[in-house]
Ligand binder design. Structure first.
Ligand SMILES: CC(C)(COP(=O)(O)OP(=O)(O)OC[C@H]1O[C@@H](n2cnc3c(N)ncnc32)[C@H](O)[C@@H]1OP(=O)(O)O)[C@@H](O)C(=O)NCCC(=O)NCCS
Length: 192
């Protein structure tokens, strides 16, 4: 899968680089981030975790996994992960950003850019994301990008010793085409 580079006003989306390990640890090592992600994104987040992640990304050929660079540092990540078999026209969206840059509209815009890329340059027809019940900001950034809540999976998640509901959000290519002019991240993005 081609990994695009996209310059936006406040950040750069680009492929991960092995030299990102140090900045990755600085920005990822935060319990407020880990509590919203799967256990593969741990807290504490060590240099070993960062190196393991960067090795996995380098070997990956199926997905679009990009770094979010802010002020010259890899300060977050966003990815579309391809599903298999009968779900092969689906991709799962995941993202996180350093707390230093929350509330600046970066992820709202980055989701828009990724959706635009996915529906214009890949075979995927349906993008989805799963959000834990307490993560209102994450639901908000998806809704702003045209995703709708399709289901609530009751007590589907065990996180930090508690059972949580998981909210399933999705966006179909046909829904995106119908609404694309009014969605964020749709200002002309030149993909390299
Ligand atoms: C969720 C996350 C990705 C949002 O990134 P961000 O760049 O700060 O998001 P944005 O600035 O684009 O938008 C955040 C939106 O949530 C809203 N928001 C923030 N806190 C909120 C709250 N407690 N309740 C309701 N809305 C809230 C903001 O007002 C904003 O919406 P607006 O533009 O309509 O005002 C970021 O907080 C993060 O990395 N969290 C930890 C990891 C994570 O949750 N990843 C997603 C897993 S599904």
């Amino acid at each position: 899968m081609h990994l695009p580079t996209v310059q936006r006003e406040k950040y750069l989306l680009r492929p991960w680089d092995p030299d990102d390990a140090r900045s990755l640890v600085i920005h990822a090592n935060n319990p407020k981030i880990a509590r919203n992600l799967r256990d593969g994104f741990p807290y504490p987040y060590t240099l070993k975790d960062a190196e393991q992640w960067l090795r996995m990304v380098k070997e990956n050929r199926m997905d679009i996994i990009l770094a979010i660079e802010v002020n010259g540092e890899a300060a977050g990540g966003i990815g579309l992960h391809s599903m298999k078999d009968v779900h092969r026209y689906n991709a799962e969206l995941g993202y996180w950003l350093s707390e230093s840059f929350w509330g600046m509209g970066i992820i709202s815009d980055a989701i828009g850019v990724m959706v635009n890329y996915a529906f214009t340059h890949t075979r995927w027809l349906r993008l989805f994301a799963t959000i834990y019940e307490h993560n209102t900001p994450s639901m908000r950034v998806l809704e702003k990008n045209g995703f709708t809540r399709e289901a609530i999976h009751k007590k589907a998640v065990m996180k930090e010793g508690k059972l949580l509901d998981e909210h399933l959000y999705a966006l179909l290519k046909e829904q995106w085409i119908a609404r694309r002019d009014s969605l964020p991240g749709n200002s002309p993005a030149s993909f390299q």
